[in-house]
Design a protein around this ligand. Sequence first.
Ligand code: TXA
Ligand code: MG
Length: 320
Amino acid sequence: MKRTRKAEILRAVEILRRGGLVAFPTETVYGLGADAHNAQAVARIFEAKRRPPNHPVIVHMSDAGQMERFARDIPSVAWRLARRFWPGPLTLILRRALDLPDAVTGGHDTVGLRVPAHSWALALLKAFGGGVAAPSANPFGGISPTTAAHVMAGLGQAVDLVIDGGPCVVGLESTILDLSTDTPRLLRPGAITADTLANVLGIAIARRISASSPAPGSLPSHYAPKTALQLADRPFPEWSQLPFPLAVMAFHPPPKGIAPRYWVMMPQIASLYGRDLYARLREIDRWGCRLILVERPPHTSEWEAVHDRLMRAAGLGHLL
Ligand code: TXA
Ligand code: MG
């Protein structure tokens, strides 16, 4: 019998209160949640993901009003962006509140905060009342999960409860904007583009300064499928030059004479491409191909997040 939402949320809250792990859906990807104020519970996240301890995790809140519980010296731009984009796929990096466990912040003086736009996530956060520290619910270095089945496949027994809220509608991790210094800086592109943020703030958004900080997103191979992936512009290389079996993710159908077995047509709309990307990569990973050839998307602002994840999947670092 299907449990009612209320019962499921109560069970999840109980697990969080006693220091357990709850995987839950957000609009971006599934998160692996623990009570942000319980250092031991947060340590369990790192164990389950096999994630290095110096990588900070995002604290999820039910509303912007909770920002003051987790951050200090909050600049007015943070309130403005929170009003405009929360709940939504935007993470703000602020100076941390001093009573937060170091495990959450990776020992840094900053904390990442976000209010997710998903009814299950918000119901859980409201009922729990506190902050929920949650990285993406996948083993470290792998592809983020966009369904409950992905979470089970990657973490399974390590999680006390997986809340199934269906497939994520955004499908790529949140935009991360660092507001802990005087210059707002984009640390990870996402569905809310740098252009959109710049328009709202009326100032330019700086980009990440090389890979100096130990954010997992800054590791070139993060989000990588197991199969080698290469980006290509059209016209594609000569077929005879390519390793087979070959998988192709393209905006156009296969040319005549090419067996379309491993040919995946991708949406031409950035948001839909982003929604489908990780599920597609997981599927292709199971085919045992020698290479995934991906048709390079356009270089416009709305495609930046997709581009960034494809570059990482190719092991080429990111565009920032
Ligand atoms: O969409 C998302 O952001 C998802 C959902 C679950 O909310 N979460 C997510 O978490 O992608 P995770 O841990 O996989 O990626 C969080 C990124 C990491 O690159 C981490 O280094 C960065 O956020 N981050 C977190 N706190 C930070 C901080 N204080 N300073 C710099 N980067 C931080
Ligand atoms: Mg992640």
